[in-house]
Design a protein around this ligand. Structure first.
Ligand code: AMP
Length: 418
């Protein structure tokens, strides 16, 4: 059923409690915290502008980092108020708490179209515990609840779920913001009835993270392309040697079940036929977990089905990239989640970039709808300067995956139906 959105509301003169995702990266510079990427702030501007134009009194709530219930100064939302004021071109008030008399007073004094940003909701442990008393305190300034924080919607926290339930109980409306609406449209409706062929590209580290998504998409997709370390679990399950490659040995049965389901349902399921291999060599340096950092030496293309015992697969090879491109160019709907290799290292980003280019070409030249399911694929597209050339890039990471698994996200479930 469709969710109510901000476009269905009349918020004039009403206090709108708006949950946003302002969990932006910050860096300390000359004693002050500076925002290094404001993409998430910019993504909320359409909703903010609409509500300001309606004459709502806007009370913005968000979390930043993991302060674990402490007033951690480096995780204050204060710098975000300043940046938001610049972007909106209007005053943004800031209050150094998210509940209490001070908040209620300032919210009460807001004129129609006024904006108040609350301090980090995670300064209270009650936020993540979805404590009902805390949620009541937050809800004191809420006539209407709007959620535009898709990236936090998979968590049933006080500001993402509890407040909505309280507002609804009082007879108030709970609506999706414009960004949330887009996420639900592209990750939901568009993939429910995809134009065919529907091609799904999955990569990244682990099969276990994505097996539920694979299982669900096997009911819908025409073709599934698998890259990344995930492919090695499938390869191992098929009896190939995978050398030192990252693998989940205990997930081969899961991989085999997916391969069988693909066969049963007539879904084309393509694994890499070649790869880029390196020889990992231990260094003296240790990583955060105390394990030796490996130098990935002697990269080479391996066109054999097996990977030698001393080597590790770190990217898809050129023949696989070419085959994946051909399939992607034939698609009418594309969903992509997860890199094809260790793309953080330029040497092993070639396969991921080739897939990114193919997705962009299918979109721009063939009119395919391309949906990027969040996380590292979004990073890879942005890094390659191609972020604006696909149909939609999800702002969620964990939330996108859970939504694609078909799980009802608590932050979405709490919103009113149209
Ligand atoms: P995920 O969060 O599951 O999408 O995984 C993303 C991570 O998978 C990235 O940090 C990649 O470096 C990593 N990755 C992709 N392919 C490989 C590979 N062949 N070996 C090791 N790590 C990989």
């Amino acid at each position: 059923m469709a969710k109510l959105t901000v476009r269905d509301l009349n918020t004039h003169g009403k206090r709108v409690f708006l949950r946003v995702d302002y969990n932006v990266p910050l860096e300390e510079k000359d004693g002050a915290m500076v925002i290094t990427d404001d993409t998430r702030i910019k993504a909320t501007l359409p909703t903010l502008r609409l509500l300001i134009a309606q004459g709502a009194k806007l009370i913005l709530a968000a979390h930043l980092g993991r302060p674990k219930g402490q007033r951690e100064a480096t995780m204050s939302l204060r710098p975000i108020a300043a940046r938001l004021a610049e972007l909106l071109g209007c005053k943004v008030n800031f209050v150094d708490d998210c509940i209490g008399e001070k908040v209620e007073k300032l919210a009460g004094e807001l004129p129609p179209g006024g904006v108040l940003l609350l301090e980090n909701v995670r300064y209270y442990n009650e936020e993540e515990a979805n404590d009902p008393v805390f949620a009541e305190k937050l809800a004191k300034v809420a006539d209407i609840y709007v959620n535009d924080a898709f990236g936090a919607a998979h968590r049933a926290h006080a500001s993402t779920e509890g407040v909505a339930r309280i507002v609804a109980k009082r007879g108030g409306k709970c609506a999706a913001g414009l960004l949330m609406e887009l996420e639900l449209k592209f990750l939901g409706d568009e993939l429910d009835q995809p134009a065919r062929p529907f091609v799904v590209i999955l990569g990244g580290a682990k099969v276990s993270d994505k097996i539920k998504v694979i299982d669900r998409l096997l009911d819908k997709a025409d073709t599934i392309l698998i890259g990344g370390a995930m492919a090695y679990t499938f390869k191992l399950a098929q009896g190939f040697q995978i050398g030192q490659s990252l693998v989940e040995k205990d997930k081969t049965d899961v991989a085999l079940a997916a391969l069988e389901k693909a066969k049963r349902r007539g879904v084309q399921f393509l694994l890499p036929t070649d790869n880029i291999c390196v020889t990992p060599v231990k260094t003296d340096k240790l990583n955060k977990k105390g394990r030796p950092i490996l130098d990935l030496t002697n990269p080479r293309t391996n066109a054999e089905a097996n990977i030698p015992a001393s080597e590790e697969g770190v990217d898809i090879g050129p023949a696989t990239a070419a085959k994946f491109r051909e399939v992607i160019l034939g698609a009418k709907t594309i969903l992509w989640n997860g890199p094809m290799g260790i793309f953080e290292d330029k040497r092993f980003a070639v396969g991921t970039n080739a897939v990114a280019q193919a997705v962009v070409d299918a979109t721009q030249q063939n009119g395919a709808k391309s949906i990027i399911g969040g996380g590292d694929s979004v990073k890879a597209l942005n890094k390659a300067g191609m972020g604006d050339r696909v149909t939609f890039m999800s702002t969620g990471g964990g939330a996108s995956l859970e939504f694609l698994e078909g799980i009802a996200l608590p932050g979405v479930a709490a919103l009113s139906e149209k």
